[in-house]
Design a binder for this molecule. Sequence first.
Ligand code: PEP
Ligand code: MG
Length: 841
Amino acid sequence: QTSIYPDVTLITPTAQMSPSMHGGRAKCLQRLIRLDMPVPTTLALSFAAVQRCAKGQLPPVESLLEPFGEMPLLSVRPSSQDPDWGGPGAILNIGMNAVSHRHLTKRVGEAAATALYLRFVQSYAVHVARLDPEVFDFPNLTGIHALHAALDTFEAEAEEPFPQDVGVQLSEVLRSMARAWDGTSARLLREAKGAPVDAGLGLVVQAMALGVGDGESGSGVIQYVNATTGQPQVVGRYLSQSQGRDALNDKAGAIYLTSDQRGPALEDICPDVFAQLLAYGWTARSRLREEMQIEFTLEDGVLHILDAVRVQRSSRAQVQIAVDLASDGIIPREEAVMRVPSNALSEMLHRQVDPAAVRDVIVRGIAASPGAATGRIVLTAAEAQASAARGEACVLVRRETTPEDIRGMHAAQAVLTMRGGITSHAAVIGRGLGVPCVVGASDLTIDRKRGQIVAPGGRRFAVGETITIDGTTGTVLAGSPQMLEATLDASFQTLLSWADDFRDIGVRANADTPADAQTASNFAAEGIGLCRTEHMFFEGDRLGVMREMIFAETADDRRAVLDRLLPMQRNDFAELFAIMQGRPVCIRLFDMPLHEFLPYDKAGQRDLAEQLAMPLTAVTDRVQALSEYNPMLGMRGVRQGIAIPEIYEMQARAIFEAVADVAARGLVVQPEIMIPLISAMREVELIKVRVDSVARAVQSEMGVTFAFKLGVMVETPRAALRAQDIVKHASFLSFGTNDLTQMTYGLSRDDAGRFMSTYVQQGVYEEDPFHTLDLDGVGELLAIGAARGRAGRPDVVVSICGEHGGTRAAIGFCRAQGFNYVSCSPFRVPLARLSAAQLAL
Ligand code: PEP
Ligand code: MG
């Protein structure tokens, strides 16, 4: 008979129990009992029973005490459904009173008996009777004197004697633990850990194994892996004459478990017990299919197993353990893939601020590019480069970054901006480079005169002072807190290779530079889904050439100037092709308003006039002429490609010549050319005619043949709506959800940061749509575009390459719509591979 009262169960191998009725701890204890481990007699109170206890309706105490025999000593522990949700602290030694004190004195000696009684009175007073803990501290009293003082104090404070009846003691403990679970702070705490509002609490009542007395008695904790690395290792502590988890708290008295040079170990004093613990560990691992930490007690040399919990672990250990369990055939590979949350991978890919470190937060912003880095404050890209040249780590702080800052961003360890959101220039480049980045820290100002940044509360940090950017949490910290290094070990690679076997959507990377491409390749991206070419025009002295081109009078003059860029672009592309060998590389033609190449301040314009040997007015006139009210909706992308065709012609030639060069070296190349900002079919047609003719020219000039694909970015609503038509001239459609979100909402991706947090706080938007793909609105355009595209050309390849591409929600959506692949920042590729597999399983 296991059910001793409705909802109260004596835990036996066959009792009807489940984590959702009795909690994880109770269910785990049953598993240990089934594995024949020496678990003391234990009762489980279900969630329903505990709920009634909170209302004062306790099960009859005689039936609770019956399984424990004469004069029991008991512990009560919480058992929530998910052990991570916590619960009230355990209470030990219930049943201690004057009579059991006398009895125990005979059995284990007066000192030990008194210590147990005192401990119980103290924890009962504080946790059950809710008396002030301070008055139960007796620093000058020991032994029986302290016990008497505790009993007297209890009587004085509670206005009744300390309860002597074990039934009363137990009932009160159950009632107070049940009610603690309903308290506001406990509820908030567990909800923060993901518990549902109605999460239940079970309780387990267990016969105490004493851990004090004659023979070898004591308690300890053992686990079989290292919590940081996940590698096999016996870790734990044992403390003679102790109870519960004392061994972990008393660093001085506790001893190690395995024998080595550090002093006496449990293995030396009790080799049989140690061997037994190793055997139990092995059984628990293989049968519970998890790495467990076991709490044990020795009573006169006899081993008791009191409890087992899942080993707390770092992200790195989480991956290692999952891979090891699957490699040992304990869990299937599918389950290993499912067990690792993608944020664990993200932590492994970047240095992190040590969770144990002290954090002095200066200001908060948007977490734009994960990882943490420390450096001295610099306020300009030039200072960042100078700093790098001196070998000094720096953090580039800007109001916002522009393409001109790119080299500074390369040189900096981290980037902080005051403006911009998740798709701002700083954020996109930061993620691409793997540089930690916090954007939109709008509470921060720059005091240029004094060379300081000013944080909320008036805290000032001067150029050269050290700060830390935590791009994972979006915080800026003073000084240099302790860091945890990134670790890409073999288990990480193994897990991802398993993930690849299960996923059914491709993963490519957005990569602009050879370094990006190398990262993408290291992370096994299946190709480049978006190579933005704009930054290439800022490298070395190319900016000067672009400016000359802008001032050229005729198309021929423009062509002549652009011819100087051609070999450089050819090199850029050849490098990408070589790195991505055989995998497709999708190059997006130039997409940037030309005025961004011109200096906006007078000094810069004067400088440029000097360089070009032109009157200043010619420069200012040009700047004026190119300036637009709404550049994001102006002369950019394909519009420029049609109005000033020489740039695209040069790029197409550079791509094809690079294809020919690399193919001549015996490498396989799969080039793809992508046209940005399409809104009409005729745009594609016009560009295609030109690109095809450049291809023919290069083939005949170089005496080679090659294949390439031409496709379009779908980043205007009209392109999605007209996809059936547009796809006539395009073999692939790639959704640029950054611009598509901007244009669907009519929301500037560069300015929305100013009110986005207000909007999200007030529930106008559930999330920042530049961060989390808006499935309802933008998603509908994706679905329409994909369907109409396929209607026009059944074999069209469909993908997403906006910043959303690496997020789980977007991957899920794209899978459901039958997309061929997603493309995301190189550092997100591993997460995307894992998420895609988890979604498919
Ligand atoms: C997009 O608009 O989603 C895109 C990928 O292009 P960009 O971010 O360069 O505008
Ligand atoms: Mg775009």
